[in-house]
Design a protein around this ligand. Structure first.
Ligand code: HEC
Length: 137
């Protein structure tokens, strides 16, 4: 009798621990749907001024390794990514708003790293956006 009660308590405790562990795993996962589903509405219409030449220098330093010299997604690191980094010259990419490009660059999503801590100056962030715009075909 005593052992079966012990067994029951142990089983219940184990199950509870399992639920807690499973819960924390799910909580760490980003919401599905990529950046669009996670982006706060305020970014969509955000605008800023950025210098294309300054953006180019920042791009070469931080982005070229994956996105390639012309933003075609053909940088040397792109091959080791699960996802294609995108074609910055294409019409789908260029249809994103400035604020959306800013959001992706600063906050990141999935395999796209966040640059919030590496590019801290707001003018530099907008310079990157301006440079990505200049890559249009
Ligand atoms: C380590 C590789 C890597 C670096 C470095 C990197 N990116 Fe990305 N980026 C990615 C990948 C991979 C994706 C696609 C992610 C996905 O779709 O899940 C992406 C996506 C993007 C997108 C969205 C593309 C689209 O077509 O939707 C933008 C904008 C972007 N990156 C900008 C930048 C900028 C600006 C920098 C530099 C400040 C940068 N990235 C640096 C890997 C990188």
């Amino acid at each position: 009798m005593k052992t079966s009660k012990m067994l029951r308590i142990t089983t219940i405790t184990m199950l509870m621990l399992l639920f807690v562990a499973a819960g924390s795993v799910f909580a760490q996962q980003k919401q599905p749907g990529g950046w669009k589903a996670n982006m706060p509405a305020k970014y969509k219409t955000m605008k800023g001024k950025g210098d294309v030449a300054a953006g180019k220098e920042l791009y070469i330093k931080h982005c070229k390794s994956c996105h390639g010299p012309k933003g075609l997604g053909d940088g040397p690191k792109a091959a080791s990514m699960k996802t294609f980094p995108g074609d910055f010259s294409g019409s789908k990419f260029q249809s994103y708003s400035d604020g959306e490009l800013y959001y992706i660059t600063v906050i990141g999503y999935e395999e796209m790293p966040a640059y919030e801590k590496k590019v801290t100056d707001d003018e530099d962030r907008w310079a990157l956006v301006a440079y990505m715009r200049s890559l249009k075909k």
